[in-house]
Write a protein that binds this ligand. Structure first.
Ligand SMILES: [Zn+2]
Length: 253
């Protein structure tokens, strides 16, 4: 895919995620990204709105200088901004990459991930900002959650956005991949929001929609005594069923 095709797809995905009726993000909330090639990716510029995304809303950025920031703790806010500006592939572009560019860079290096969508949906944050957050995401509640969002999500406690958050995400994802042997589909960040990792824009949109539905269902279960999680046998069966494999493959075409 050439740069323009990737950027067009990223703009469309961002507009879909930013639709006001979805309630995934308001104002400048949320950010999206897409891998262009081994060297570079596009990421939303700081402060722009998903609901009015256009080609100019994205910055073309080089992986290497951004990934290097993950290794450095103790960068000041000004240093982080300076590093992000100097990581732009086109230094004549006036746009500043989002502060969350660091975790986007890391996630876009994972196997099977070419598009990333990070949003703050009301339905998801109602749970993530609650005392029951960790418990609510400790099990799976219905089959389609597993089909679209994977065998389990990555769940993490609150971390300050920027390189520290990217480091914490990397640690949790490496732990997940050691255990499950696959790339996760969803990361839930306590008191913050959700990240969907996809091979293409359709997968990111579907994962986000199903994560939101999962959270609505979970919220409903707390009215009726709390979630009754599927058993491990149920979860493993759905995760490996051939017909579900077929449905999962629909995204990968
Ligand atoms: Zn965020």
């Amino acid at each position: 895919m050439d740069n323009n095709t990737v950027l067009d797809q990223l703009v469309r995905m961002s507009l879909n995620l930013g639709k006001p009726e979805n309630e995934y993000a308001i104002l400048g909330e949320g950010n999206t990204s897409a891998r262009v090639d081994e060297e570079t990716f596009y990421v939303k510029q700081s402060g722009s709105y998903l609901c009015t995304a256009a080609c100019e809303s994205f910055v073309h950025v080089r992986f290497a200088p951004v990934l290097a920031m993950i290794e450095e703790s103790g960068l000041s806010d000004d240093e982080i901004k300076g590093r992000l500006m100097s990581a732009r592939a086109d230094s004549s572009s006036p746009s500043m990459p989002s502060i969350e560019t660091v975790f986007h860079a890391y996630l876009l290096t994972l196997p099977g991930v070419s598009f990333v969508g990070h949003t703050h949906p009301i339905a998801v944050n109602s749970l993530l900002c609650s005392h029951k957050a960790k418990e609510a995401f400790s099990g799976r509640v219905f089959p389609d959650e597993i089909v679209f969002c994977g065998i389990e999500p990555v769940y993490m406690e609150y971390v300050d956005p920027g390189p520290a958050l990217a480091r914490a995400i990397r640690e949790h994802i490496q732990e997940f991949m050691d255990k499950q042997g696959v790339t996760p589909k969803v990361v839930y960040m306590q008191n913050h929001g959700v990240i969907a990792l996809g091979a293409n824009p359709q997968e990111v949109e579907a994962i986000t929609a199903m994560a939101v539905k999962t959270c609505r269902v979970l919220a409903g279960t707390y009215i009726f005594g709390g979630p009754r999680f599927l058993t491990k046998e149920n979860v493993d069966r759905i995760y490996t069923r051939p017909d579900e494999e077929y449905r999962k493959r629909q995204f990968r075409q």
